[in-house]
Design a protein around this ligand. Sequence first.
Ligand code: ATP
Ligand code: MG
Length: 556
Amino acid sequence: MENEVKSLNFIEEIVEEDLRTGKHDGRVLTRFPPEPNGYLHIGHAKSICLNFGLAKKYNGKTNLRFDDTNPVTEDTEYVESIKKDIQWLGFQWNQELYTSDYFQQLYDFALELIRKGLAYVDDSTAEEIAAAKGTPTEPGVPTPYRDRTVEENITLFEEMRAGKYKEGEKVLRAKIDLANPNMHLRDPLLYRIKFADHHRTGNTWPIYPMYDFAHGQSDAIEKITHSLCTLEFIPHRPLYDWCIDKLEIYPSKQYEFARLNLNYTVMSKRKLLQLVNEKHVEGWDDPRMPTISGLRRRGYTPASIVDFCERIGIAKRENIIDVSLLEFCIREDLNKTAWRRMAVLDPVKMIITNYPDGQIEELEGENNPEVEGGEGSRKIPFSKELWIEREDFMENAPKKFFRLGPGLSVRLKHAYIVECHDFVKDENGHITEIHCNYIPNSKSGEDTSGLKVKGTIHWVSVPHAQEAEVRLYDRLFNVENPAAEEDFKSTINADSLKIIPKAYLEPDMANAQLGRGYQFIRLGYYTLDTRSTKDQLVFNRTVTLKDSWAKEVKKG
Ligand code: ATP
Ligand code: MG
């Protein structure tokens, strides 16, 4: 499908039309504007792929702008994590900018609106303002402060800026239209008083601009051409245009697309922060979190996330994406890129009774049989005692069980055919040993035995086994839409993490690299955990080999 012609999404259509008509001098400059009040999640990845992808496609650029107008919730830890995540996804911004760098300019813009008679200082309380705003069907009424003179407003606003008033005592409002059917145009708040330590400007500013005043003006300052945001900002657009129009600044344009909604998770940063603070998860990068850092730690690759964002596309209507599509994308990628290894998670010992005591053979296995040359190979020691998976043996095997049981034969991956002739049970009826004979001339690659067996199982040599903790993850929530529940935390899946304290891996896994995907053959895809140490290896299961939730995922 290399030559498949992709149709344009509605935003690409707008950009191409703008390029045709010479709007914005043929430039494309987008921005990604995270608020540094949390870690990025998969929803942000959609916005990143859209903004950076558009710029890339049309020879433009993308600014990274930290929308830091809420000093109380923002922090440099978040700034650093956001930068790391964007780069990890494979994107590079044009300029790194901060709304807080525009505080003086935004303040001057506010003074200009006041001078034009388009803004006023209101002494009403938040409740009084809300009450006087009316309802969508009833017009609002002016507060007693709406008709202050320009001079009075300038003085009061300058005093607000000088720190003369307490929080909540005064606000600056735009003077637009108290009867407008769009509530956002009923004299919206432009500035509020806040005495808080800002992560960049410290206590320089006792007043902070509201989102609606800061965002469009920051876009205009940077001469952003296409300012892309999610659908809930549609009713804000008239205000966005009003400010730019009245201030006669660069005519950036806002366009809205549907946000990503994913089932079996939550994506509001407030909720994610609760999960972290209340220790329902290990942190923002817990592998069950929908955060970029969580997905990375879980073993997701940048390519799989970008692929996911391409598949879901850009639409004008909200929908909910099934998380199995995300899992499908990582499987697709890891199937091509993961290195194959053997690991036994639920071990039982196999003894090859006719194999010489103390003999060791060094077998060889390609790292990645999916590519030419296999990306090199590693040595796999073979010996008389092996760990195999407990479920690969059955005492009373049914007819179609092509693994081990008394009298049954299988091939050991990369090695020999073995036939089971005995087993040992303890007093509780628990199987402790499986005894087999191997067929010396059946070795993989040089098999002259003429024997045919239907099953192949994985194994790890007992004296060479590398011990490791292995963590198996499942969905963090039991319901499709936890955010719709009264208490979303009551729907947390109690079995979302299973720890296998001691699994046996082939010895080469001692050299596992952080960030590389490994397929533990027949089991799933795994990756080294960031908390892993040389003395205590820890692996995370990224995803199972097949979709155990068995929902149909349509390709493409
Ligand atoms: P929250 O409301 O949870 O704090 P937010 O949307 O306010 O999240 P921001 O940091 O302001 O978070 O978002 C930065 C950019 O990412 C915005 O342009 C926003 O539209 C976009 N974005 C956030 N969530 C999603 C999502 N689920 N799907 C697509 N884009 C998103
Ligand atoms: Mg926001």
